[in-house]
Ligand binder design. Structure first.
Ligand code: GLA
Length: 405
Protein backbone atom coordinates (compact mmCIF):
# COMPACT_ATOMS: atom_id res chain seq x y z
CA UNK A 1 0.00 0.00 0.00
CA UNK A 2 1.62 3.25 -1.14
CA UNK A 3 0.38 6.83 -1.20
CA UNK A 4 -0.50 9.07 -4.18
CA UNK A 5 2.75 11.04 -3.92
CA UNK A 6 4.71 7.80 -4.10
CA UNK A 7 2.71 6.64 -7.13
CA UNK A 8 3.49 9.96 -8.85
CA UNK A 9 7.21 9.45 -8.15
CA UNK A 10 7.17 5.86 -9.43
CA UNK A 11 5.34 6.99 -12.58
CA UNK A 12 8.09 9.53 -13.21
CA UNK A 13 10.77 6.82 -12.85
CA UNK A 14 9.05 4.58 -15.34
CA UNK A 15 7.73 7.00 -17.95
CA UNK A 16 10.35 9.76 -17.71
CA UNK A 17 7.79 12.55 -17.21
CA UNK A 18 5.39 13.69 -14.51
CA UNK A 19 1.83 12.31 -14.60
CA UNK A 20 -0.95 14.87 -15.01
CA UNK A 21 -3.62 13.14 -12.88
CA UNK A 22 -4.18 10.42 -10.33
CA UNK A 23 -7.58 8.74 -10.61
CA UNK A 24 -9.02 6.66 -7.82
CA UNK A 25 -11.92 4.15 -7.83
CA UNK A 26 -12.96 2.27 -4.68
CA UNK A 27 -14.06 -1.31 -4.02
CA UNK A 28 -17.35 -1.89 -2.21
CA UNK A 29 -19.28 -3.95 0.29
CA UNK A 30 -22.99 -4.43 0.10
CA UNK A 31 -24.91 -3.62 3.27
CA UNK A 32 -28.12 -5.22 2.03
CA UNK A 33 -29.91 -6.05 -1.25
CA UNK A 34 -28.08 -9.17 -2.44
CA UNK A 35 -28.72 -10.83 -5.81
CA UNK A 36 -31.38 -8.19 -6.47
CA UNK A 37 -29.49 -5.95 -8.93
CA UNK A 38 -29.92 -8.22 -11.96
CA UNK A 39 -33.61 -8.54 -11.00
CA UNK A 40 -33.95 -4.76 -11.45
CA UNK A 41 -34.45 -4.37 -7.69
CA UNK A 42 -32.88 -2.40 -4.84
CA UNK A 43 -29.37 -2.58 -3.36
CA UNK A 44 -27.63 -0.56 -0.64
CA UNK A 45 -23.84 -0.93 -0.95
CA UNK A 46 -21.11 1.42 0.25
CA UNK A 47 -17.77 2.34 -1.29
CA UNK A 48 -14.81 1.31 0.90
CA UNK A 49 -11.42 2.86 1.53
CA UNK A 50 -9.61 0.11 -0.41
CA UNK A 51 -9.29 1.29 -3.99
CA UNK A 52 -7.46 1.20 -7.32
CA UNK A 53 -5.33 4.21 -8.35
CA UNK A 54 -3.91 5.11 -11.76
CA UNK A 55 -1.32 7.88 -12.17
CA UNK A 56 -1.47 8.95 -15.82
CA UNK A 57 -0.39 11.37 -18.52
CA UNK A 58 -2.00 11.91 -21.94
CA UNK A 59 -0.35 10.68 -25.16
CA UNK A 60 -0.73 11.99 -28.68
CA UNK A 61 -0.63 8.67 -30.56
CA UNK A 62 -4.01 7.11 -29.60
CA UNK A 63 -2.28 4.32 -27.70
CA UNK A 64 -2.89 3.16 -24.15
CA UNK A 65 0.16 1.99 -22.20
CA UNK A 66 -0.30 0.75 -18.64
CA UNK A 67 2.12 -0.79 -16.14
CA UNK A 68 0.95 -2.59 -13.06
CA UNK A 69 2.84 -1.90 -9.87
CA UNK A 70 1.32 -4.92 -8.17
CA UNK A 71 1.67 -7.54 -10.93
CA UNK A 72 4.71 -6.15 -12.71
CA UNK A 73 3.33 -6.51 -16.25
CA UNK A 74 2.81 -3.94 -19.01
CA UNK A 75 0.01 -3.71 -21.55
CA UNK A 76 0.08 -1.55 -24.68
CA UNK A 77 -2.51 -1.27 -27.45
CA UNK A 78 -3.88 1.14 -30.07
CA UNK A 79 -7.32 2.41 -29.00
CA UNK A 80 -8.79 2.06 -32.49
CA UNK A 81 -7.78 -1.55 -32.87
CA UNK A 82 -9.45 -2.55 -29.57
CA UNK A 83 -12.49 -0.36 -30.35
CA UNK A 84 -13.01 -2.25 -33.62
CA UNK A 85 -12.66 -5.75 -32.08
CA UNK A 86 -15.63 -8.01 -31.37
CA UNK A 87 -15.97 -9.37 -27.84
CA UNK A 88 -15.51 -13.13 -27.80
CA UNK A 89 -13.55 -13.03 -31.06
CA UNK A 90 -10.26 -14.16 -29.57
CA UNK A 91 -8.59 -10.77 -29.43
CA UNK A 92 -5.28 -11.21 -27.55
CA UNK A 93 -6.52 -8.87 -24.80
CA UNK A 94 -9.61 -10.97 -24.15
CA UNK A 95 -9.31 -13.29 -21.15
CA UNK A 96 -9.39 -16.66 -22.94
CA UNK A 97 -6.22 -15.76 -24.81
CA UNK A 98 -4.36 -14.06 -22.05
CA UNK A 99 -1.31 -15.66 -20.54
CA UNK A 100 -1.62 -15.30 -16.79
CA UNK A 101 -2.70 -11.79 -15.91
CA UNK A 102 -6.33 -10.69 -15.94
CA UNK A 103 -6.06 -6.93 -15.34
CA UNK A 104 -5.17 -5.98 -18.97
CA UNK A 105 -8.50 -7.47 -20.11
CA UNK A 106 -10.42 -5.02 -17.90
CA UNK A 107 -8.52 -2.07 -19.30
CA UNK A 108 -9.03 -3.18 -22.91
CA UNK A 109 -12.67 -4.08 -22.18
CA UNK A 110 -13.48 -0.61 -20.83
CA UNK A 111 -11.72 0.95 -23.85
CA UNK A 112 -13.87 -1.15 -26.19
CA UNK A 113 -17.05 -0.42 -24.25
CA UNK A 114 -16.51 3.37 -24.03
CA UNK A 115 -15.89 3.39 -27.79
CA UNK A 116 -19.21 1.56 -28.32
CA UNK A 117 -20.97 4.44 -26.56
CA UNK A 118 -19.14 7.03 -28.65
CA UNK A 119 -17.13 8.70 -25.84
CA UNK A 120 -14.18 10.63 -27.33
CA UNK A 121 -11.02 8.69 -26.43
CA UNK A 122 -7.46 9.92 -26.25
CA UNK A 123 -4.30 7.90 -25.61
CA UNK A 124 -2.70 7.85 -22.17
CA UNK A 125 0.04 6.10 -20.23
CA UNK A 126 -0.51 5.05 -16.67
CA UNK A 127 0.81 3.25 -13.63
CA UNK A 128 -1.88 1.24 -11.84
CA UNK A 129 -1.88 0.15 -8.22
CA UNK A 130 -4.60 -1.19 -5.93
CA UNK A 131 -5.23 -2.52 -2.45
CA UNK A 132 -8.70 -4.05 -2.90
CA UNK A 133 -8.24 -7.70 -1.88
CA UNK A 134 -8.64 -9.84 -5.01
CA UNK A 135 -11.30 -12.55 -5.17
CA UNK A 136 -12.69 -11.61 -1.76
CA UNK A 137 -15.96 -10.25 -3.14
CA UNK A 138 -14.98 -6.60 -2.61
CA UNK A 139 -15.19 -5.75 -6.33
CA UNK A 140 -11.57 -5.25 -7.25
CA UNK A 141 -12.61 -5.75 -10.89
CA UNK A 142 -15.24 -2.99 -10.82
CA UNK A 143 -12.60 -0.72 -9.24
CA UNK A 144 -10.19 -1.36 -12.15
CA UNK A 145 -12.97 -0.76 -14.67
CA UNK A 146 -14.10 2.50 -13.11
CA UNK A 147 -10.52 3.73 -12.65
CA UNK A 148 -9.91 3.02 -16.35
CA UNK A 149 -13.07 4.91 -17.37
CA UNK A 150 -11.89 7.84 -15.23
CA UNK A 151 -8.44 7.73 -16.85
CA UNK A 152 -10.17 8.19 -20.23
CA UNK A 153 -12.38 10.97 -18.83
CA UNK A 154 -9.30 12.80 -17.50
CA UNK A 155 -7.17 12.37 -20.63
CA UNK A 156 -9.92 13.31 -23.11
CA UNK A 157 -11.34 16.03 -20.85
CA UNK A 158 -14.98 14.97 -20.50
CA UNK A 159 -17.21 15.03 -17.45
CA UNK A 160 -17.86 11.51 -16.08
CA UNK A 161 -21.60 10.66 -15.99
CA UNK A 162 -22.46 8.10 -13.34
CA UNK A 163 -25.19 5.83 -14.75
CA UNK A 164 -23.85 5.72 -18.29
CA UNK A 165 -20.28 4.97 -17.17
CA UNK A 166 -21.58 2.29 -14.80
CA UNK A 167 -23.37 0.67 -17.75
CA UNK A 168 -20.25 0.92 -19.91
CA UNK A 169 -18.11 -0.73 -17.23
CA UNK A 170 -20.69 -3.45 -16.66
CA UNK A 171 -20.79 -4.14 -20.42
CA UNK A 172 -16.99 -4.45 -20.44
CA UNK A 173 -17.19 -7.09 -17.72
CA UNK A 174 -20.21 -8.95 -19.20
CA UNK A 175 -19.16 -8.98 -22.83
CA UNK A 176 -15.40 -8.43 -23.06
CA UNK A 177 -14.26 -10.21 -19.89
CA UNK A 178 -17.17 -12.65 -20.11
CA UNK A 179 -18.30 -12.51 -16.45
CA UNK A 180 -21.99 -12.08 -15.64
CA UNK A 181 -22.61 -9.33 -13.06
CA UNK A 182 -25.25 -6.74 -12.29
CA UNK A 183 -24.79 -2.98 -12.10
CA UNK A 184 -24.26 -2.56 -8.35
CA UNK A 185 -20.47 -2.76 -8.07
CA UNK A 186 -19.67 -0.30 -10.86
CA UNK A 187 -22.38 2.13 -9.85
CA UNK A 188 -21.34 2.39 -6.21
CA UNK A 189 -17.66 2.66 -7.14
CA UNK A 190 -18.68 5.74 -9.14
CA UNK A 191 -21.32 7.19 -6.81
CA UNK A 192 -20.06 6.36 -3.29
CA UNK A 193 -20.24 9.07 -0.65
CA UNK A 194 -18.18 9.42 2.50
CA UNK A 195 -20.12 8.33 5.59
CA UNK A 196 -23.02 7.01 3.52
CA UNK A 197 -24.36 3.87 1.92
CA UNK A 198 -25.97 4.34 -1.50
CA UNK A 199 -29.51 3.15 -2.18
CA UNK A 200 -29.70 2.21 -5.87
CA UNK A 201 -32.81 1.44 -7.87
CA UNK A 202 -31.32 -0.98 -10.38
CA UNK A 203 -34.16 -0.42 -12.85
CA UNK A 204 -34.10 3.36 -13.18
CA UNK A 205 -30.47 3.65 -11.96
CA UNK A 206 -31.57 6.44 -9.64
CA UNK A 207 -29.56 6.49 -6.47
CA UNK A 208 -29.30 8.43 -3.26
CA UNK A 209 -27.01 8.45 -0.24
CA UNK A 210 -28.29 7.12 3.09
CA UNK A 211 -26.26 8.16 6.11
CA UNK A 212 -24.69 5.45 8.23
CA UNK A 213 -25.34 6.38 11.88
CA UNK A 214 -22.09 7.48 13.53
CA UNK A 215 -22.48 5.11 16.47
CA UNK A 216 -21.95 2.02 14.29
CA UNK A 217 -19.28 0.69 11.95
CA UNK A 218 -19.44 -1.91 9.21
CA UNK A 219 -16.84 -4.59 9.89
CA UNK A 220 -15.77 -6.56 6.80
CA UNK A 221 -14.95 -10.16 7.67
CA UNK A 222 -12.95 -12.03 5.03
CA UNK A 223 -13.39 -15.77 5.63
CA UNK A 224 -10.10 -16.54 3.88
CA UNK A 225 -12.02 -18.79 1.47
CA UNK A 226 -12.42 -17.93 -2.20
CA UNK A 227 -15.47 -18.47 -4.32
CA UNK A 228 -15.01 -21.72 -6.18
CA UNK A 229 -17.78 -22.42 -8.74
CA UNK A 230 -19.03 -18.90 -8.21
CA UNK A 231 -19.39 -17.98 -11.88
CA UNK A 232 -21.42 -20.99 -12.93
CA UNK A 233 -23.62 -20.85 -9.82
CA UNK A 234 -24.11 -17.09 -10.29
CA UNK A 235 -25.22 -17.61 -13.88
CA UNK A 236 -27.54 -20.42 -12.87
CA UNK A 237 -29.20 -18.24 -10.16
CA UNK A 238 -29.62 -15.47 -12.72
CA UNK A 239 -31.38 -17.72 -15.18
CA UNK A 240 -33.57 -19.22 -12.46
CA UNK A 241 -34.68 -15.70 -11.53
CA UNK A 242 -35.43 -14.89 -15.18
CA UNK A 243 -37.40 -18.09 -15.51
CA UNK A 244 -39.38 -17.31 -12.32
CA UNK A 245 -40.22 -13.85 -13.69
CA UNK A 246 -41.35 -15.44 -16.95
CA UNK A 247 -43.56 -17.94 -15.10
CA UNK A 248 -45.11 -15.05 -13.16
CA UNK A 249 -45.66 -13.02 -16.34
CA UNK A 250 -43.56 -10.02 -15.25
CA UNK A 251 -40.55 -8.30 -16.80
CA UNK A 252 -38.37 -8.89 -13.71
CA UNK A 253 -38.84 -10.11 -10.13
CA UNK A 254 -38.68 -6.46 -9.09
CA UNK A 255 -42.28 -6.23 -10.28
CA UNK A 256 -43.52 -8.53 -7.51
CA UNK A 257 -44.16 -6.76 -4.22
CA UNK A 258 -43.89 -8.60 -0.90
CA UNK A 259 -47.65 -8.05 -0.43
CA UNK A 260 -48.37 -10.01 -3.62
CA UNK A 261 -46.04 -12.85 -2.74
CA UNK A 262 -48.70 -15.17 -1.16
CA UNK A 263 -50.52 -15.42 -4.54
CA UNK A 264 -47.33 -15.62 -6.58
CA UNK A 265 -45.75 -18.44 -4.65
CA UNK A 266 -48.65 -20.74 -5.52
CA UNK A 267 -47.68 -20.51 -9.20
CA UNK A 268 -44.01 -21.42 -8.86
CA UNK A 269 -42.50 -24.91 -8.58
CA UNK A 270 -39.26 -25.51 -6.65
CA UNK A 271 -36.51 -24.32 -6.77
CA UNK A 272 -37.90 -21.24 -8.55
CA UNK A 273 -40.25 -20.56 -5.63
CA UNK A 274 -37.42 -20.24 -3.10
CA UNK A 275 -35.18 -18.28 -5.47
CA UNK A 276 -37.96 -15.79 -6.15
CA UNK A 277 -38.92 -15.60 -2.46
CA UNK A 278 -35.38 -14.52 -1.67
CA UNK A 279 -35.40 -11.75 -4.28
CA UNK A 280 -38.88 -10.46 -3.46
CA UNK A 281 -38.26 -10.48 0.31
CA UNK A 282 -34.76 -8.99 -0.10
CA UNK A 283 -36.12 -6.03 -2.05
CA UNK A 284 -38.61 -5.46 0.76
CA UNK A 285 -35.88 -5.78 3.42
CA UNK A 286 -33.66 -3.31 1.57
CA UNK A 287 -36.32 -0.61 1.58
CA UNK A 288 -37.05 -1.33 5.24
CA UNK A 289 -33.32 -1.05 5.97
CA UNK A 290 -33.28 2.44 4.47
CA UNK A 291 -36.01 3.49 6.87
CA UNK A 292 -34.28 1.84 9.81
CA UNK A 293 -31.04 3.64 8.98
CA UNK A 294 -32.75 6.98 8.64
CA UNK A 295 -34.48 6.45 11.99
CA UNK A 296 -31.26 5.15 13.58
CA UNK A 297 -33.18 2.01 14.53
CA UNK A 298 -30.05 -0.12 14.76
CA UNK A 299 -31.66 -3.21 16.30
CA UNK A 300 -34.16 -3.29 13.46
CA UNK A 301 -31.42 -2.77 10.87
CA UNK A 302 -29.40 -5.60 12.43
CA UNK A 303 -32.39 -7.95 12.34
CA UNK A 304 -32.84 -7.22 8.64
CA UNK A 305 -29.20 -8.20 8.01
CA UNK A 306 -29.74 -11.47 9.89
CA UNK A 307 -32.89 -12.23 7.88
CA UNK A 308 -31.05 -11.43 4.66
CA UNK A 309 -28.36 -13.97 5.54
CA UNK A 310 -30.94 -16.65 6.34
CA UNK A 311 -32.70 -16.04 3.05
CA UNK A 312 -29.43 -16.18 1.07
CA UNK A 313 -28.45 -19.37 2.88
CA UNK A 314 -31.77 -21.27 2.77
CA UNK A 315 -33.72 -19.88 -0.19
CA UNK A 316 -31.06 -18.64 -2.59
CA UNK A 317 -28.43 -21.19 -1.48
CA UNK A 318 -25.35 -19.07 -2.11
CA UNK A 319 -23.74 -19.15 1.33
CA UNK A 320 -20.98 -21.56 2.42
CA UNK A 321 -19.96 -23.25 5.69
CA UNK A 322 -17.20 -20.66 6.24
CA UNK A 323 -19.61 -17.74 5.70
CA UNK A 324 -22.23 -19.30 7.98
CA UNK A 325 -19.61 -19.88 10.68
CA UNK A 326 -18.21 -16.35 10.67
CA UNK A 327 -21.72 -14.86 10.62
CA UNK A 328 -22.79 -17.01 13.60
CA UNK A 329 -19.66 -16.07 15.55
CA UNK A 330 -20.17 -12.38 14.78
CA UNK A 331 -23.81 -12.42 15.84
CA UNK A 332 -22.90 -13.89 19.22
CA UNK A 333 -20.56 -10.99 20.11
CA UNK A 334 -21.55 -8.09 22.36
CA UNK A 335 -22.16 -4.92 20.41
CA UNK A 336 -23.08 -6.71 17.15
CA UNK A 337 -26.46 -5.69 15.75
CA UNK A 338 -26.44 -8.20 12.90
CA UNK A 339 -24.27 -9.90 10.29
CA UNK A 340 -24.62 -11.44 6.84
CA UNK A 341 -22.66 -12.71 3.87
CA UNK A 342 -22.03 -10.02 1.26
CA UNK A 343 -21.49 -10.10 -2.50
CA UNK A 344 -22.08 -13.07 -4.78
CA UNK A 345 -21.44 -15.66 -2.03
CA UNK A 346 -19.81 -19.14 -1.94
CA UNK A 347 -16.84 -17.68 -0.03
CA UNK A 348 -15.20 -14.30 0.37
CA UNK A 349 -16.59 -11.82 2.85
CA UNK A 350 -19.36 -11.27 5.34
CA UNK A 351 -20.16 -8.01 7.11
CA UNK A 352 -21.25 -7.13 10.63
CA UNK A 353 -22.89 -3.99 11.94
CA UNK A 354 -21.11 -3.25 15.19
CA UNK A 355 -21.25 -0.58 17.89
CA UNK A 356 -18.31 1.70 17.03
CA UNK A 357 -16.92 1.68 20.56
CA UNK A 358 -16.71 -2.11 20.59
CA UNK A 359 -15.32 -2.68 17.08
CA UNK A 360 -11.77 -3.51 18.15
CA UNK A 361 -12.83 -5.98 20.82
CA UNK A 362 -15.34 -7.45 18.33
CA UNK A 363 -12.68 -7.99 15.67
CA UNK A 364 -10.29 -9.68 18.10
CA UNK A 365 -12.91 -12.09 19.42
CA UNK A 366 -14.25 -13.01 15.97
CA UNK A 367 -10.74 -13.64 14.63
CA UNK A 368 -9.77 -15.86 17.55
CA UNK A 369 -13.00 -17.86 17.57
CA UNK A 370 -13.10 -18.30 13.77
CA UNK A 371 -9.49 -19.53 13.74
CA UNK A 372 -10.24 -21.94 16.53
CA UNK A 373 -13.33 -23.37 14.84
CA UNK A 374 -12.11 -23.57 11.24
CA UNK A 375 -8.31 -23.49 11.18
CA UNK A 376 -8.68 -20.80 8.54
CA UNK A 377 -7.06 -17.37 8.67
CA UNK A 378 -9.68 -14.59 8.60
CA UNK A 379 -9.01 -10.91 7.93
CA UNK A 380 -11.18 -8.24 9.49
CA UNK A 381 -11.29 -4.62 8.36
CA UNK A 382 -13.25 -1.65 9.54
CA UNK A 383 -13.77 0.56 6.52
CA UNK A 384 -15.65 3.81 6.83
CA UNK A 385 -17.91 4.44 3.81
CA UNK A 386 -15.69 6.24 1.30
CA UNK A 387 -16.06 8.58 -1.65
CA UNK A 388 -16.73 7.25 -5.11
CA UNK A 389 -14.29 7.67 -8.00
CA UNK A 390 -12.25 10.86 -8.25
CA UNK A 391 -9.90 12.59 -10.67
CA UNK A 392 -7.12 14.39 -8.79
CA UNK A 393 -4.92 16.80 -10.63
CA UNK A 394 -1.26 16.15 -9.76
CA UNK A 395 -0.67 19.90 -9.38
CA UNK A 396 -3.21 19.98 -6.57
CA UNK A 397 -1.95 16.88 -4.77
CA UNK A 398 -0.35 17.46 -1.42
CA UNK A 399 3.44 16.99 -1.24
CA UNK A 400 4.65 13.37 -1.59
CA UNK A 401 4.16 11.37 1.59
CA UNK A 402 1.41 13.51 3.11
CA UNK A 403 -1.52 11.89 1.38
CA UNK A 404 -2.90 8.46 1.76
CA UNK A 405 -4.50 7.41 -1.50
C1 GLA B 1 -21.70 -9.84 -7.58
C2 GLA B 1 -22.12 -9.04 -8.80
C3 GLA B 1 -23.14 -7.96 -8.40
C4 GLA B 1 -24.30 -8.56 -7.61
C5 GLA B 1 -23.76 -9.41 -6.46
C6 GLA B 1 -24.85 -10.12 -5.70
O1 GLA B 1 -20.98 -9.01 -6.70
O2 GLA B 1 -21.00 -8.44 -9.39
O3 GLA B 1 -23.60 -7.31 -9.56
O4 GLA B 1 -25.15 -9.30 -8.43
O5 GLA B 1 -22.83 -10.38 -6.91
O6 GLA B 1 -25.67 -9.21 -5.05
Amino acid sequence: MINAGELVRLFRDRFGQAPRWVVRAPGRVNLIGEHTDYNEGFVMPLAIEHAVWIALAPRDDRRVVVESLDFGGRVEFPIDEVAAAQPGSGHPLQPSHRSGQVWPAYIAGVTWSLAQDGWPLRGWEGLIHGDVPIGAGLSSSAAIEVATAYAFAASAGWEPKVPSLARACQRAENQWVGVGCGIMDQLVSLAGKKGHAILIDCRSLEYRPVILPAEVVVVIMDTGTRRGLADSEYNSRRSQCEEAARLLGVRALRDIGWDNWPQCELVLPEPWRRRARHVVSENHRTLQAVEAMEQRALDRLGRLLVESHQSLRDDFEVSSPALDTIVAIAQAQPGCFGARMTGAGFGGCAIALVEAARAREFAQSVEAEYRRRTNLEPKLYVSAPAYGAQILSVDELSPPGSENP
